[in-house]
Design a protein around this ligand. Structure first.
Ligand code: AP5
Length: 208
């Protein structure tokens, strides 16, 4: 099975949801640059302070900060899933110099669906489980089914910030589709399907 996996796709395509499922099922490490940055912000580190202004606007954090942050976390000998990285051609070129990836899965979703999903996303403050008020609501309003933690709405899940994130995706990240196609690593997945169906599409790509 391919086990060095990049999950590409616009904000809200389901990268985090699928990465958590894949990691749990296959014993892979899950590296989310968004989660790492949010942790740095919460802890008030120097990196977190620098990153926050970009994240609040929905802009990308500068490449060099991200590349330095991720470099030490990639264990070349083990399997891992990259969620939210690389995000620019510069980041993808830096990654190529660190480790050879097996596959880049592009989870496609329209702008309209992205806005709908992200405006209704909620995340557990304690364990990070991802919910959706429309498609995957918790049993009790505001409370995580898994750990009882508080559910919150991300600061960047406001409509105007979501719109900017999608614009930034189209301009800076969508070129990676061609980048990985040229290298024979790209597989397209239809992100508009239900969670289980998307998982099945990804599972099939990993063994083909
Ligand atoms: P990051 O945290 O990476 O955000 P993102 O890429 O915008 O992705 P999201 O986490 O919003 O969405 P997702 O695809 O994981 O979807 P999810 O599974 O949650 O980045 C945040 C910020 O950090 C960036 O804006 C930037 O500033 C900075 N940053 C991070 N990485 C960077 C980098 N490499 N370079 C520079 N800056 C960087 O699902 C979304 C919702 O949909 C949920 O509610 C979920 O329950 C629901 N859902 C999921 N799948 C389905 C389905 N199949 N059907 C119905 N609902 C579904």
């Amino acid at each position: 099975m391919k086990n060095k996996i990049i999950l590409l796709g616009p904000p809200g395509a389901g990268k985090g949801t699928q990465a958590k499922l894949l990691a749990a099922k296959n014993g892979l490490a899950h590296l989310s640059t968004g989660d790492i940055l949010r942790d740095e912000v919460a802890r008030g580190t120097d990196l977190g302070k620098k990153a926050k202004e970009y994240m609040d606007r929905g802009d990308l954090v500068p490449d060099q900060l991200i590349i330095d942050m991720i470099r030490g976390r990639l264990d070349e000998s083990a399997g891992f899933i990259l969620d939210g990285f690389p995000r620019t051609v510069t980041q993808a070129e830096a990654l190529e110099k660190i480790v050879a990836m097996d596959i880049a899965i592009n989870i496609a979703l329209s702008r309209e669906d992205v806005i709908k999903r992200l405006s209704s996303r909620r995340v557990c403050r304690k364990c990070g489980k991802i919910y959706n008020l429309l498609y995957n609501p918790p049993a009790v309003d505001g409370v995580c089914d898994e750990c009882g933690g508080e559910l919150y709405q991300r600061d960047d899940d406001k409509r105007e910030v979501i719109e900017n994130r999608y614009d930034v995706y189209e301009q800076a990240t969508a070129p990676l589709i061609g980048f990985y196609k040229e290298r024979g690593l790209l597989v397209d997945v239809d992100g508009s399907k239900g969670t289980e169906e998307v998982t099945e599409q990804i599972a099939a790509a990993l063994v083909s």
